[in-house]
Design a protein around this ligand. Structure first.
Ligand code: AP5
Ligand code: MG
Length: 219
């Protein structure tokens, strides 16, 4: 099954993405983790993106898309499923990802939108900062990441709704409850995906969108 996640910083992309990927037996492709790994290894790519990450700014689209293409090709060889975490982040990436998916025969079947308010997101990320010390988990940079999400990432949610693959989930509840709701909602879609094989699910429209809770403007 092929799932992508759109959610603000701290909503639980990493937490839920790992659970979903393990449940489905597919790779969890997290662009932030891949980029931080490059920074830690001081690769050329890592040197090019370090300041973007530290400031909470988006890394240039070409860099991210090339990295995602490599991961998608590997996912295809491993069976074709994936959980994408952290991409797309703007409309350019959303369109490029869709074209890449068409080319590889692996467009997303579900766009999972995790909805949470800024107060809770800030609380979670500051709590994580105390434990993990991620360079972008400072109050100023978190504010920048949240506002970038609202300005350039959140608008693409509507595009997935139009494609009929949007699943919005209330992510304000405890991890286990959020996970249960997601996995329960994915189960019938997973069966449909297996039965339909390579059919492009964008054609199925709203019936495939199975929205379990309304998307809030703050999500
Ligand atoms: P990225 O790594 O994707 O960071 P982010 O979007 O800011 O999100 P986070 O990883 O901080 O949060 P999350 O949603 O994964 O939540 P988590 O599960 O960890 O991107 C980092 C940077 O990389 C970007 O700023 C940009 O520079 C660059 N980048 C990445 N992708 C890019 C792209 N496509 N284009 C351009 N640039 C890109 O949870 C957060 C905390 O809350 C954890 O401590 C967790 O334990 C806790 N928690 C989770 N769920 C719950 C819950 N339900 N209740 C209570 N606590 C919870
Ligand atoms: Mg994350």
């Amino acid at each position: 099954m092929r799932v992508l996640m759109i959610a603000p910083p701290g909503a639980g992309k990493g937490t839920q993405g790992a659970l979903i990927a393990a449940h489905l037996g597919v790779p969890h492709i997290a662009t932030g983790d891949l980029l931080r790994d490059h920074v830690a290894r001081q690769t050329g790519l890592g040197r090019a993106v370090r300041q973007h990450l530290e400031r909470g700014e988006l890394v240039p689209d070409e860099i991210v898309l090339e990295m995602v293409r490599e991961a998608a090709v590997a996912a295809k060889a491993a069976g074709g499923g994936y959980v994408l975490d952290g991409v797309p982040r703007n409309m350019t990436q959303a369109r490029a990802l869709y074209l890449m998916g068409r080319e590889l025969g692996m467009t997303a079947q579900v766009a999972l939108h995790l909805v949470a308010d800024d107060h809770e997101l800030m609380r979670r990320l500051l709590a994580r900062a105390a434990l993990e010390g991620r360079s972008d988990d400072t109050e100023v940079v978190i504010r920048r990441r949240l506002s970038l999400y609202r300005e350039v990432t959140h608008p693409i949610v509507a595009w997935y709704a139009e494609r009929g693959i949007l699943l919005s989930v209330d992510a304000m509840r405890p991890v286990e409850q959020v996970a249960r709701e997601i996995l329960t909602a994915l189960e019938p879609m997973r069966d449909a995906a297996q039965m339909q094989g390579a059919i492009d699910f964008t054609s199925l429209g709203a019936s495939f969108g199975h929205t379990t809770s309304a998307a809030s403007p703050s999500g």
